[in-house]
Write a protein that binds this ligand. Structure first.
Ligand code: C2O
Ligand code: CU
Length: 440
């Protein structure tokens, strides 16, 4: 009957009507992770309960915090104390690592100082939140499987001095099917073309014209490098809060573990967030970009003026030229041998930064794969990438190294502990690309 109707109406555009309907149906409604409930009446304390559990088999994810993927968003303001009561119903040991937050060492979620939380047990993490920014939390035990299983969530630390946008979005992106059963899914030449945003592929969100959006983007992939683009891409923040000033760029490369804050001005037209096809082999993206998500405009109007963020400014520290610590990343996908300075974790040399001092750290990628370099508990200023100083002061905890890249970092020894330092491609980390940086 429908076909007959179409045949009859072909000349007056039935086909077009059908196509539009299909386009709308192709995507799903955008969902945001729910905010965790603050159980503490003290305005400077955020106390939340998280239960890690295994979900019924057969779904896209095997595990969840509080039965949702991604886990609930933990929201606090800078200076607050965060208390997280973790109940482990996974049936396997687990921990939580607070990626990007300078926590006391015993709260870091690594297992060489404090063992993992046993099945059925509870553990209370508590620490202060010294820096505003977009952070995330995930296990650091059987990490590759537990993170791919869906154990992750956003930790947003707000600065009351920053203006509230019309709309804030938390976008946790994760490449689809990175760890198929019995298979290594991170073949190095494999282009990542399918992504979930907050657990959903190519979702659609409707916003009114004139809306100024702050989107906090977190790459929770095991392996997938997100090459993000949308018209007028405007980056306002990075791993450790607002950048010194606004940065416009045609494309942002966001590696696993990395975060960026971008501003999106909704005006007359729909905004499509796209990802260029990209692989661990690096190089320029090729092929058509894929749609990450769509923002459809309701009541189109002139786009809003850029938000007046209190950008902190600040100059790039000059590169002094020497190095206190040198890390060379090497390895190969064929041998599954990933090393830092020829060593595979846990058989590694521990480098030390004096407490209260700093170290110039030189990291070179000698392998035929890209790697996001990540340091726990500490942050670094980027002094140079391949001999060139960055266009603005950049403070990070995770930085992408393309093949043959050499980055020069200044790491402040402001937090005592034995800090895990590793590639955030989770299979690389598990296959040895981890070391320990000691501050004492
Ligand atoms: Cu996301 Cu060892 O960290
Ligand atoms: Cu790596």
């Amino acid at each position: 009957m429908k076909r007959l109707l179409c045949t009859l109406l072909l000349l007056v555009g039935c086909r077009e009507t059908v196509d539009v309907a299909q386009t709308k149906r192709a995507g799903t409604t955008f969902v945001e992770p729910i905010d965790a409930t603050d159980l503490d009446p003290d305005p400077n304390v955020v106390r939340v309960a998280l239960t890690a559990s295994a979900l019924a088999p057969g779904g896209a994810y095997a595990y969840a915090y509080n039965a949702t993927n991604p886990g609930p968003t933990l929201r606090a303001k800078v200076g607050d104390r965060l208390i997280v009561e973790l109940t482990n119903d996974l049936g396997a040991p687990t921990t939580i690592h607070w990626h990007g937050v300078a926590v006391p060492f015993e709260m870091d979620g690594v297992t060489w100082m404090r063992g993992p939380v046993a099945p059925g047990a509870t553990f209370t993490y508590q620490f202060d939140l010294p820096t505003a920014g977009t952070f995330w939390y995930h296990p650091h035990f059987d990490t590759e499987r537990q993170v791919e299983g869906g154990l992750y969530g956003a930790l947003i630390v707000e600065d009351p001095a920053e203006p509230a946008p019309d709309r804030e979005l938390v976008l946790i992106v994760d490449a689809v099917d990175e760890l198929a059963p019995g298979q290594r899914a991170h073949g190095h030449g494999k282009l990542v073309t399918r992504w979930r945003v907050n657990g959903v592929e190519t979702p659609t969100l409707t916003l009114a014209g004139g809306t100024a959006v702050r989107a906090r983007v977190i790459n929770a992939s095991n392996v997938g490098i997100l090459a993000l683009r949308y018209p007028g891409l405007s980056q306002i923040g990075s791993d450790q809060g607002l950048l010194p000033s606004r940065r416009t760029t045609p494309r942002l490369k966001i590696g696993p573990g990395d975060r960026v804050d971008v501003e999106i001005a909704i005006g007359m037209e729909d905004v499509v967030l796209e990802a260029d096809a990209y692989s661990l082999n690096g190089g320029d993206a090729w092929g058509d970009p894929t749609t990450l998500m769509r923002i459809e405009v309701m009541n189109p109007t002139a786009p809003p003026a850029p938000i007046a963020w209190p950008f902190p400014g600040g100059a790039v520290t000059p590169d002094p030229g020497y190095a206190d610590i040198v890390y060379a990343f090497a390895g190969s996908d064929r041998s599954r041998d990933w090393m830092i300075n020829g060593e595979r974790f846990p058989n590694v040399t521990i480098e030390t930064i004096p407490l209260g001092g700093a170290a110039i750290v030189d990291v070179t990628n000698l392998s035929p794969s890209e790697h996001p370099f990540h340091v726990h508990g500490l942050t670094f200023e980027v002094l140079a990438v391949n001999g060139v100083a960055p266009e603005m002061r950049t403070v990070e905890d995770t930085i992408m190294l393309a093949i043959r890249d050499r980055v020069r970092l200044r790491i402040d020894g402001d937090n005592p502990g034995d800090w895990m330092t590793h590639c955030h491609i989770l299979p690389h980390a598990e296959e040895g690309m981890m070391t320990v940086l000691r501050v004492e």
